[in-house]
Design a protein around this ligand. Sequence first.
Ligand SMILES: O=c1[nH]c(=O)c2[nH]c(=O)[nH]c2[nH]1
Length: 297
Amino acid sequence: MAIILGDNQYGKAENRVVRIYRDSARHEIRDLNVSTALRGPFQPAYLEGNQTNVLPTDTQKNTAFAFAKSKGVEAIEAFGLELARHFVHDVDPVEGARIEIEEYAWERAVVDGVEHDHTWLRKGQEIRTAAITVDASGEYVVGGLKDLVLLKSTGSEFAGFLTDEYTTLQETHDRVMATSLVAQWRFTSTDVDWDDVYAGIKRIMVKEFATLQSLALQQTLWHMGRAVLEAYPFIAEVKLKAPNKHHFVVDLSPFELENPGEVFIAADRPYGLIEATVLRDDAPPAGDAWRISAGLA
Ligand SMILES: O=c1[nH]c(=O)c2[nH]c(=O)[nH]c2[nH]1
């Protein structure tokens, strides 16, 4: 028996990179959380404390900030590709790079009915994510979103389920369905209008959630994933994770009040957790596209 070093990667997690464009009076802002991780012949650092091949995490951090200036920040998928390609192609020992990015959206403050040039309110909406992996086997881009909180106040059912001696849940043909969606989609091309596709995917997912008469959150996820793959031939797979944010009808009978689905208690835990991958059966290999580092995306 021997003890060996297995999988490893290292980098700087959660660099809070804020890029402001202030070339005119009307500023622009991109607000990112960027994690970098390098893969390659770094065993000596672990086994012997030998740093010969180790590009410090501090340098990786500096690179992210320098690129925000020199390359600019447009779509996070493109920014991640720039960084990953740099580490793999320009830094000799590096064999693979994993870049994970979250983007926080801001919207302009409205002052006296007019959009302000340099003041924003943080959008309470979803966080956009990207995970870029570049290595000898290719380039992999995974786009995504998380914390997209959706709720429908009808159009959702749950009935006909398996029961046993522990089942207390009642069947329902009209319930509240709510979730905080996490979705990731793997591209098979890097020649993509990232912002346009992001907006399109979000629109499709919201539409499916809204319009499907849902028999279960599982069915809603399947419809969301399938609709995205039908719309975009250059997306190979979609991974979805949806907490079922239960809204329970409150019993108001002690107060001699009727409650025909009007007053609910929103339970924060426990929650059902429904997960699915929807993919093409001829999807090309994913390589290390799903091998996470910081776990931002
Ligand atoms: O959409 C649902 N799927 C389930 O699997 C499930 N289980 C449960 O108790 N409620 C629900 N709702």
